[in-house]
Structure formats: C-alpha cells, structure tokens
Design a protein around this ligand. Structure first.
Ligand code: NAP
Length: 466
C-alpha cells in the first residue's frame, strides 16, 4: 500500500474500525457485555479488512484470496473443535501466527525498500521484526509447555537471566546501528535471529502454569509489533489496534501477577514451580484429612440453606461446569440459595471460570468476585470447593513463609461445612500443602469432580423425592 495516497473512504473505514476496537475492549471488561464486545470487535476487524481489500489500491488478489481461504478454514476449525479448557493453548498459537505475520511483513518491506529506507521507517521495521520473531518462538514455547510437548517445569541454568537480558540488549544495539545505517542487512538478520532466540530462552525458565501471564505479555509484544508495522506502512488502524493490544496485554499481565501477589519480575525471572513440593510424608497434612463418602456429603448438602460453590482448575480439567449447574438447580429446588465465588486467578487463564460457567448457562448474577463474597462464607452453610486448591489455601493468610503468602484467597474455612472435590491429596499449581483439607469442618470427597457431582445430583434428587 502506498503510504502517501490514502483514500478518504479508507481513512473513514479505519476510523470506524478503531472506534469498534475501543468499544470492544469496553464490552469485554464485564461478563454481561462480553459477547457484545466480541461481536463489535469482530465487526471492526471486518470493516478494516474489507476496507483495505477494496480501497487500498491492491493490484493482485491471487495470493490474498489464497491466504484468506486457508486462514479462514484454519481459524474456523480452531474455534469449532478446540475445547474451552485448551483456550490458553489456542491463544498461544494465535499469537504465534500473529508474531510471525508481523515479522515476515517487516522482512519483505525491508527487502522491498532497500537502501532507500529512511531512519524512522527502519526503526519501526526493526522493532516489528524483532518483536514479531520473539513473539513467534515465545508463543510456540508457551504452547509446547501448556500442551506438554516440552517440560512444563522451569528449565534453568547458571547466569540465565543475565545472558537473556544481554541478548535482548544486544538486539536493541543492533537496531540502533541499523537506524544509523539501514543498508547493513547482516545486522538486520542478526537482530531477527536474536528475536527468535530470545523468544525460546526467555520462556524456558518460566513454569507451565505461569504461561497465561507469559501469553498475555507476548500478546502485548505482538501488539507493539503491529503498531510498529502500522508506522512502517503508514497504516493508522494498525497503529491504533496494535497500541490497544499492546497496552491491554501488558495491563492484563500486571493484573494477573497482582492477583497472585507476585511481582511481574518474579513471574518472568523467578522460575516459580521449580522447587518440588515439600516432602509430603505420612506426617504431612495429607495424613490427617477427613475422608467423606458421597452419602455423607449429600446429607450435608440437602440439609443446607446456603451454598457457595468455589470452582478451580480441577473443574476445567474435569469439564464439570454443567454438572455444577445441575447440582445448583437441584439444591435450589430444595430451597437453598447457591452462589459462585470466582477468584481472579482460579484456573489457568483470566476469566477461565466465568467462561466455563457461562457455557453452562449459570446466571451472571450468581457469580461473585472475591471482594464481594469473602465476608459471606462465615454466614454460609456449605462451601463446595470444586477442583480448587491454591485459591482456598489459608496459608496465604496465616503462613508468612508460604510461597503464596499475601495472595488474596477465599475464607472458605469460615463456612459451617466445607466439601472439597478433588481426585487425590496432591497439591495444586503452587505445589504446597493445603491446611484447609485437614480442618475439622472439611470433608474430602476424592474422585473426578464431574463423576462425584453426578453422584451428588442423584443423591440430592433421591433425598428430595423421599
Ligand atoms: P490449583 O491450585 O492448580 O488446584 C487445582 C486442583 O484441581 C488440584 O489440586 C487437583 O487436585 C484438582 N483437580 C485436577 N483435576 C481434577 C479433576 N478431574 N477432578 C477434580 N479435581 C481435579 O487451582 P486453583 O485453585 O484454580 O488455582 C489456580 C492456580 O493457578 C493459582 O495458584 C494461580 O496463581 C495459578 N495461575 C493462574 C492463572 C490464571 O490466569 N488463572 C495464571 C497463572 C497461574 P488432584 O490432582 O488431587 O485432583
């Protein structure tokens, strides 16, 4: 596209698209408006793409049509067949393609413009290529870790952080040298190679369960790469969309770190999850828990008037959201009120629980954030913990030596009874014991969450019918 002859209609289309992107972000900030926000964002993208195809002076549509068809088929297949539990992996793959696309556009532009390239464009192109390649390999690594293709444990070695930071700085030095003399193509490709390498090496030391924070940060890099592409091509909608993507991804990473009460630096450089869980010998809390049967738990549930469900990662693994909803309906039919306590980092990605419960048609007004529900546990008959562990660990409040100390957690132990559904006495993501499981008012019902919930539903219905 020629940066100097932009049709006013195209500018108008980009303006509409940009407004749509801003409204989309606003809509996505609350579960009630999220679907609308998503639709507005998709519409904005359609306007931008169609506007570009019609008004940007494209000479040959052959390759574009091929890309459009292949991309649409892959995109549609991904959205139809990838399950909700695999959403972090899916997002990692999308960022990987986005980063690669930005980097390749940068390489082609560099070739196309040759030595005549001006310094400003060189700076934008260099940033685009470096961040694009870094996002590409970093997202691939994140995908591999989440998918179990490579170890999810942090891979560390001596001097790792120093060498990674040195490589990052070296790439920036190459960028400065290129801005001074854009004709030095060796430096350009060396910088791209460093981007690829830094993407791999920076993600290796980060634990698998921290990948959502990494993916969100890579999202922000992909956004910056797109904004840089926009500057290089003189394309305003890319600048605006890239800036929105870059800042929202960065803010989301910060918010996730804050909700885990960990510094951003700790997530990126702390190799969290590397230390093996404390030896859980016979004397550990796991030895003293109160194992309950389905019948015991059903008896407590049917006698209760108020229930708070606390879903966690195990609910996602077990795909138990529909069973949770059915049990809630059976308890409501029995006269109980049911609410859901949603922790900001429950599961493995922001909004993980909201998305799953929305899929099971749990009404939004029954979902409560941590601050809004935490005082209610002390007035509640039963806290039903479905595959959650770290987000209900009292050590975050009581044990200053705990790795999760300071992370806000639910006061589930204050309920009259606590029923915990999980498969074993294994630890959660943080790899630490949970004293909640050995409290006198806690009943551990071990087994797959969905299977146990189905048994609860039958039991509650049978008791109601009796
Ligand atoms: P968690 O601490 O990881 O615990 C999940 C529990 O689910 C496990 O203890 C596991 O126990 C159980 N489980 C697994 N499969 C199950 C199944 N099929 N049926 C029943 N239970 C099952 O999860 P959480 O309480 O949701 O906490 C999330 C953690 O992830 C936090 O530490 C958070 O900091 C971290 N994190 C979250 C995000 C995010 O964006 N949400 C990002 C980065 C890190 P068993 O193996 O015994 O069944």
């Amino acid at each position: 596209m020629n940066a100097h002859i932009v049709s006013p209609y195209l500018t108008f289309a980009y303006l509409i698209a940009s407004v749509c992107f801003i409204l989309a972000l606003q809509g996505l900030s609350s579960p009630t408006n999220a679907r609308r926000g998503n639709a507005i964002g998709a519409f904005g993208m359609l306007v931008a793409v169609v506007g570009t195809l019609i008004l940007a002076g494209i000479i040959d549509y052959k390759w574009i049509a091929a890309g459009l068809i292949i991309g649409s088929v892959i995109g549609a297949a991904m959205s139809i067949w990838i399950p909700m539990t695999k959403m972090p992996e899916r997002i990692a793959l999308s960022h990987c393609f986005g980063g690669l696309a930005a980097a390749l556009v940068g390489v082609v532009e560099y070739h196309h413009r040759g030595a005549a390239i001006d310094r400003f464009t060189m700076g934008a192109l260099g940033l685009e290529v470096f961040l694009g390649f870094l996002t590409f390999t970093g997202s691939l690594m994140a995908f591999g870790k989440l998918q179990g293709l490579i170890t999810g444990a942090p891979v560390t070695w001596k001097g790792q952080n120093a060498s990674n930071i040195t490589m990052f700085c070296a790439a920036l030095v190459l960028l400065v040298l290129l801005v001074i003399d854009p004709s030095r193509s060796v430096l350009f490709y060396a910088m791209g190679a460093l981007g690829l390498l830094v993407g791999v090496l920076a993600v290796l030391p980060i634990g698998g369960a921290d990948m959502p924070v990494v993916i969100s940060l890579l999202n922000s890099y992909a956004g910056l790469a797109s904004a840089a592409t926009g500057f290089a091509l003189g394309n305003n909608v890319l600048i605006i969309a890239g800036a929105l993507d870059g800042t929202s991804g960065f803010l989301l990473s910060m918010k996730m770190s804050k909700a885990m009460n960990r510094s951003f630096a700790n997530v990126l450089f702390g190799a969290f999850g590397q230390v093996a869980p404390a030896a859980d010998g016979a004397a550990g809390p796991a030895a003293n828990y109160n194992l309950a049967t389905v019948e015991d738990a059903v008896g407590v549930l049917t006698a209760s008037q108020s229930v708070i469900v606390v879903p966690g990662y195990g609910m996602a693994v077990s795909q138990a959201q529909h069973a949770v909803r059915e049990l809630a309906q059976a308890l409501e039919a029995n006269g109980a009120t049911v609410k859901y306590a949603i922790h900001p980092v429950a599961g493995r990605m922001p909004g993980h629980m909201n998305v799953l419960l929305a899929e099971a048609n749990v009404p939004y007004d029954q979902l409560f954030d941590l601050d809004d529900i935490n005082d209610e546990f002390s007035r509640t008959d039963v806290a039903l913990v479905v595959g959650a562990n770290d987000v209900v660990n009292p050590a975050a409040k009581n044990n200053p030596g705990s790795p999760i100390h300071g992370m806000p957690v639910f006061n589930v132990e204050e309920s009259r009874a606590v029923i915990v559904l999980k498969r074993s006495m294994n630890t959660g993501f943080a790899g630490i014991e949970n004293d909640l499981f050995v409290q006198p008012n806690t009943m551990m019902v071990l087994g797959d969450a969905k299977k146990t919930l189905r048994e609860f539903i039958s039991g509650v219905k049978e008791e109601a019918a009796a």
